[in-house]
Design a protein around this ligand. Sequence first.
Ligand code: GTP
Length: 685
Amino acid sequence: MTREYPFERMRNIGVIAHIDAGKTTTTERILFYTGKTYKMGSVDDGTTVTDWMDQERERGITIVSAAITTEWKDYQINLIDTPGHIDFTAEVQRSLRVLDGGVVVFDGVQGVEPQSETVWRQADRYNVPRICFVNKLDRMGASYSYSIQTIREKLGANPLQMQIQIGKEADFKGVIDLLNMKAIFWKDEMGSEPVVEEIPADMLEDAKEQRAVLVERIAELDDNLVVKFLEGEEITVPELKAAIRHAVLTNTATPVFCGSSLKNKGVQLLLDAVIDYLPSPAEVPPVKGTDPHTEKEIVRNNSLDEPLCALIFKIVSDPYAGRMAYFRVYSGKLEQGVMAYNSSNQKKERVGRLIRVYADHREDLAEIGAGDIGAVLGLKNASTGDTICSAHDPIVLERIAFPEPVIFVAIEPKTLADQDKLANALQKLSEEDPTFRVHVDENTGQTIISGMGELHLEILVDRMMREFGVQANVGKPRVSFRETITRKVPKVDYKYAKQTGGHGQYGHVVFSMEPMEQGSGIKFENKITKGSVPTEYFKAVETGVKEAAEAGVIAGYPVTDVLVTFYDGSYHEVDSSEMAFKMAATFAFREGIEKGSPTLLQPIMGVEVVIPDEYLGDVLGQLSSRKAEITGMEPKPGNAQAVHANVPLAGMFGYATDLRSATQGRGVFSMEFSHYAPTTEEIKN
Ligand SMILES: Nc1nc2c(ncn2[C@@H]2O[C@H](COP(=O)(O)OP(=O)(O)OP(=O)(O)O)[C@@H](O)[C@H]2O)c(=O)[nH]1
């Protein structure tokens, strides 16, 4: 049954982590204990609730963030599941944008892993307050204290050790709660209630010492407490909790808890910590946006009395419900049936059904108010990142920035019927996922889809075939190169003049072109001397440049990082036209690129490979044959080594398989886009 919770009893949280740290299992346990799933899901059996897509079940990875509402001790928790695979960092980012707090899960054997660092940095960027959970303490080699050390050293965070683990590895039984000085045991692995007991005598001394350290570190976070501490006064548990809460909200310290989600240990205490330390929507700063008309900044408070402002953070094509847009309301309320204004595309649309998604059912609501998260059916034109607001008080929230795709494949429908299905599938999938792009190659007429990595495209193709029933031939994945110039061309002078009986065609432009910093794209500046070309042709010149930049002169890849300055030209009273100026600009641009010593740029990936020592030689050999530049190595627990390298993306194709066979499946790697670099390599793409 729906219940209205006041702001202070709401939490919008996400479980964020490196792949395989146990996000899905932890999420499942949270849903189990909060009473919304009746049967405990298991990743290994493929029966989890959040991983509802077939591919996710089969591959055991979480691709789509689903927002699920649940309750714990009279609090409403909106749980937003975030993916951990690097190919899907855009998903992580968009989730972080709408969360008020995060539970960061670490694998207790590995501690902080490379992608935990990536996710952590992203959470820093969005100022997401967080608490940590060191999972998998039942595993061989797992260590709560080692993991805390890596949180301090690798993430530069200020971790607070809140517990002591009781028993190690297979013998892990429970924890000591250092704030309350109690031992908490889980007597079985079946999800039973925790049992609170006195601290075992042989651990009492250690617990006292650790508590003293914890209290001192908490006191240091708060001016009043530090005085009390120095004067030797007792600091109460509520005072300590308040100080931790404040530290979490200001990101000055992070409490770290531990357990084993798989063995059902520690999760209830983690849920208590979510309530104790993570913010309610009322405690996060008001959202900022701009007035679409005046471009002035607008601040909206988290209040039902302010005008509506909501952000669409996810579009899902649900096989039953159709197009579902997940949104977060920042102010006011979204009501069923009203006309809402999408300030991002300036369209008005009727709000269809409003839905709250629970683990095992969905519920229709009449309205969803500030601070809350829900889904809406029936918004046909909305896409991820759009702002929904009141037409009388429009506001546009900052768009979610997504990285450029680095890899592409050609896809060809098998029959004419498949062609239509493919078009439909491509449209739906690109609406759901802004890092997935589609275009038609002008030269070959092929449909090209691009994305963030091999796995990303593989999963998309898989979905096209399964969910949309498309039969298609898929080419080999290829790297998305870019082209740029390496030196300045002070003058490119191009006159487009044709005499074809009757009216002629005349357009004349003079440009200078120069290389720009990486990531600048194509910049067009108009510094034309007054009168040499009339203003009515300016737009055509700019369009000509932008269109010409879509395909470079070396191999037809998009041109980037070039500044084009339009500073002279001439026109003809009768013969000039927009068309002629556009043509002149196109030819001038291409000539400029040719004169500017063009070069290809290839995506370089930052790669980390972790392997047992004995495979180091083989793995280094494999990397060097893939043209890797080794940037560092560091020892890892359990006689392992982490190798850091920069590797051209082209060299990383099929790496997962090679690594697996070289290390008998014991090596793991992760990679993320680092930068583009010039390449002289012939494209064997
Ligand atoms: N031993 C042990 N294994 C665990 C624990 N938690 C999760 N696992 C296992 O670790 C693997 C990965 O767990 P998931 O929950 O799928 O991890 P995830 O981080 O959600 O991974 P993705 O969904 O793929 O991003 C599965 O085989 C789990 O059974 C734990 O506490 N102890």
